[in-house]
Design a protein around this ligand. Structure first.
Ligand SMILES: Nc1ncnc2c1ncn2[C@@H]1O[C@H](COP(=O)(O)OP(=O)(O)OP(=O)(O)O)[C@@H](O)[C@H]1O
Ligand SMILES: [Mg+2]
Length: 467
């Protein structure tokens, strides 16, 4: 399919508009000028005929008439295309002034007592096809003799003039159109420059070069909005790519540690022969490292699935208290080993995905258990509020410095890596919580500072339960 450029389309539109407008203006102007010229000639013919009729009436006889021939002819002199003929009743020519020698037709004369007007003008053609216009009238001499006066004008010179005028107008119209077309093409081409720059910039964008931006400074309003929208999109893509890149780097780094541990421990064990108990201990620690790797892989897979557009929540009405109790029971062993008690105060229900709800609370509770000193208690509260339900998990402990709070939900973020690089920690727990809350259209917030209670709050927005 022929794909015309925008410049070509706009220029074609301009050409059509200029041709139509210039053509119409030229045609109307030509019509007006020719009408004015012919009107002027016809008025002159009428005035000459009236004048001649008056002059003839002042003369006594045909003899007198011939004697005063020059005076009579003088009325139409000054225009070589004019002609005059005076004939008597028997059509004998008394005076004939016709320098161009064209045919003067015998016209029905306007009676003497009738006013000569433009309507009395008649038109005919001579042998060469040239148009001639004229008017005839009768006039009476002093002795009562009636004569016929005919004045005429050949339009040959006018036709030549108008045809020259038409040719000149056509040439200047053509030149005007050409200039208009060229100028409009140049202007359109210039106006579309920002679009071409955008296309150039866009074609240079690759996954590795997402920092390119569209110029928006001098772009016209429509393109300015487009440039800003594209730049916003590029910024989002750049951020997304950076996140994926960072995630890959962190994942590789975090997988290296347990595998390095595994290999190191095995090498040391193989350096000399060991007792069965030592081998058993080694295998036990190997299994722990393998568990960590498989938990990390499972967490990464969960995050990837949660981000996929196909992920669908299996919502159900959850009795929060019963659910929290179940979770607390699951953690009972670890809690009693750590000497920590878990208090639950939750009289509310939430319409959420049960597995994900369990997973989010479990992640918060396992963190809380890790940071709560023996003898202390963890509180889990849930309450219904106007715009939804919140669930908080709070624990006394070392607290979190404010500088870490906004990065806490980033993947692989751990405050004290050396401490939490143990087999228990992957740094993915809170990012999973965040992603679960985003899937529910809610949010997770943290409140803490050094040596104070740390409180994580899950906000489930109000959802209408389908019938
Ligand atoms: N209750 C808490 N008190 C103090 N620090 C906390 C608490 N909960 C989380 N943190 C800090 O936030 C970091 C990130 O927590 P997150 O749950 O994402 O990872 P993790 O617990 O280290 O690893 P994982 O949960 O994957 O086993 C933790 O390493 C810890 O430093
Ligand atoms: Mg955790």
């Amino acid at each position: 399919m022929l794909r015309l450029s925008l410049s070509a389309r706009l220029t074609t539109t301009f050409i059509v508009i200029t041709v139509v407008c210039f053509g119409a203006v030229g045609y109307l102007q030509f019509k007006a000028v020719s009408k004015r010229i012919y009107e002027q000639d016809e008025t002159n013919l009428v005035l000459s005929a009236r004048h001649l009729r008056r002059l003839v009436a002042e003369l006594d006889s045909t003899r007198d008439l011939v004697l005063h021939q020059d005076r009579l002819v003088a009325t139409i002199l000054g225009d070589a295309a004019n002609a005059m003929r005076i004939t008597d009743r028997n059509s004998h020519v008394l005076i004939d002034h016709n320098p161009s020698g064209y045919l003067i037709a015998s016209l029905r004369p306007v009676p003497e007592d009738q006013r000569i007007t433009l309507a009395d003008i008649r038109s005919w053609n001579d042998a060469g096809g040239k148009e001639i216009r004229g008017v005839a009238t009768t006039a009476s001499l002093g002795n009562g003799t009636s004569v016929t006066i005919t004045v005429a004008r050949s339009l040959a010179d006018r036709a030549a003039l108008l045809s020259r005028y038409r040719r000149d107008t056509a040439v200047s119209l053509l030149a005007g159109m050409l200039v208009a077309v060229m100028l409009s093409y140049l202007l359109v081409y210039r106006a579309l420059r920002p679009l071409r720059v955008m296309a150039e910039n866009a074609s240079a964008i690759t996954a590795q070069r997402l920092s390119t931006r569209m110029p928006s400074g001098d772009a016209p309003a429509e393109l300015h909005a487009l440039a800003i929208a594209l730049n916003d999109m590029l910024a989002r893509l750049e951020e997304g790519f950076a996140r994926v890149w960072q995630f890959t780097v962190d994942l590789a780094h975090d997988l290296r540690t347990p595998i390095g541990n595994l290999r190191g421990a095995n090498e040391v064990a193989l350096a000399r022969s060991r007792s069965v108990a030592e081998y058993e201990a080694l295998l036990g620690s190997n299994i722990e490292e393998c568990d960590r790797v498989s938990r990390m892989i499972e967490s990464v897979l969960f995050l990837a699935r949660a981000e996929s557009p196909q992920f669908a929540l299996q919502r159900a009405v959850i009795d929060i208290e019963a659910e929290l109790q179940r979770i607390a029971d699951y953690f009972e062993g670890i809690a009693s080993e750590a000497g920590v008690s878990i208090h639950i105060d939750a009289r509310a229900t939430v319409y959420a995905d049960r597995d994900l709800f369990r997973r989010a609370v479990s992640n918060l509770l396992s963190n809380a258990l890790r940071y709560t000193a023996p003898g202390e208690a963890i509180n889990i509260l849930a309450k219904k509020i106007d715009h939804g339900v919140y669930v908080t998990v709070e624990n006394p402990g070392p607290g979190i410095d404010p500088e870490h709070l906004d990065k806490l939900f980033d993947r692989f973020y751990r405050i004290d890596r050396s401490r939490s690089d143990s087999a228990k920690s992957t740094g993915l727990g809170l990012s999973i919580v965040k992603s679960i809350m985003e899937l529910h259209g809610g949010d997770v917030i943290v409140e803490s500072h050094s040596n104070a209670t740390t409180r994580f709050t899950l906000l489930f927005p109000r959802v209408t339960i389908p019938e």
